[in-house]
Write a protein that binds this ligand. Structure first.
Ligand code: AHR
Length: 328
């Protein structure tokens, strides 16, 4: 029932946006597809599950305004079917370019082919897809999620290099089937292989949300008397874990160490406060690059197949130093 309702709401919201925006663009007109006129971009966002996502949405909306791109924005509320409906609606409206951050990695072939057959270029932002179809998107702009997981794992391997016995790690995974959850899991597992003492004793999805992270961590704490470290695949789940650990009478960052990914302001604060031990950055400010690439794509210019953003890592001292300038 909830799925049906959110699908209806999402289609309705795309309809409203279409009504408020420039409306359907007649074939051959330059209104949606450049040709010297303003570009219309249909953007389907995952949802508003995390601080990272909110910063990403703001970046895209602000950058569209600054670049004079007519943005039709649709929030999928975490549901793939809502994204598919939104993309279909953008195709019907004949927007100049479609961009989206896919909730999950598979299941996009049909709708991507529809966009291709309509001659509307597609740009993937933040998350990639698995597809056997050829030339169904122009480029991908986002982070190297495997590398992010590796950095988290390398810190862990170093931190526990001289541990005398088993180190029990619990993993809070992102949304099941999503690109960052799959790739961060791979990168982390690869990096901790170097130290046989490191054991992932439990791993479950907290759906990239604070409440999800808290709930899963509460269950982990009940089921496992000895947890040494949490690998949270985003800041929000790590912050949820902090709440669960404190409620259990333990000190996050000391009794149980926490490594997280994103490096949003809240994650940086937790690291500076000593509640997180190590932070891997995933930059959400993709808007300006997206608008730039969209203009090139619409103009028919060649663009790289994959554009990877630059990220870094922060220990507690580095987080303290970087916090005052953190924009998101
Ligand atoms: O796809 C990027 C991930 O999605 C971020 O790490 C997470 O916070 C978000 O929800």
């Amino acid at each position: 029932m909830k799925r049906v309702l959110t699908a209806v709401l999402s289609i309705a919201s795309v309809g409203v946006l279409a009504a408020c925006g420039s409306g359907p663009v007649p074939s051959g007109s330059s209104g949606g597809g450049g040709g010297g006129g303003q570009i219309t971009m249909g953007f389907s966002q995952v949802g508003a599950e995390s601080g990272w996502r909110t910063a990403n949405t703001t970046s895209i909306q602000d950058a569209a305004k600054a670049a004079d791109v007519n943005l039709k924005f649709s929030d999928a509320n975490g549901e793939q079917e809502n994204q598919i409906s939104a993309i279909r609606s953008f195709v019907q409206q004949r927007v100049g370019v479609i961009a989206f951050s896919p909730v999950v990695r598979t299941g996009w072939d049909a709708v991507l082919l529809e966009a291709k057959n309509a001659g509307i270029p597609v740009i993937l932002t933040d998350r990639a897809v698995d597809t056997q179809e050829k030339d169904v998107y122009k480029t991908f702009i986002g982070a190297d999620f495997v590398q992010e997981g590796k950095w988290a794992g390398e810190w862990t391997a170093k931190e526990y290099a001289s541990a005398p016995g088993p180190v029990n790690i619990v993993q809070l995974e992102g949304t099941t089937g999503s690109d960052p959850a799959l790739e961060r899991t791979t990168g982390f597992a690869d990096a901790i292989k170097t130290n046989p003492n490191l054991k992932i004793i439990a791993s479950q999805s907290g759906d990239f949300t604070r409440s999800g992270g808290k709930q899963v961590m509460e269950a982990f704490l009940k089921a496992n008397p000895k947890i040494d470290m949490v690998f949270a695949q985003n800041d929000d789940m790590g912050l949820g874990a902090v709440e669960a650990i404190e409620a259990a009478g333990k000190k996050p960052g000391q009794d149980i160490k926490i490594v997280a990914i994103d490096a949003t302001h809240d994650g940086m604060q937790a690291t500076a406060d000593g509640k997180f031990n190590f932070l891997v950055e995933c930059n959400p400010l993709l808007g300006p690059q997206l608008m730039d690439i969209a203009k090139k794509v619409v103009a028919g210019e060649a663009v790289p197949a994959r554009i990877v953003t630059k990220d870094q890592t922060f220990d507690q001292a580095q987080a303290k130093a970087a916090l005052p300038d953190r924009k998101y």
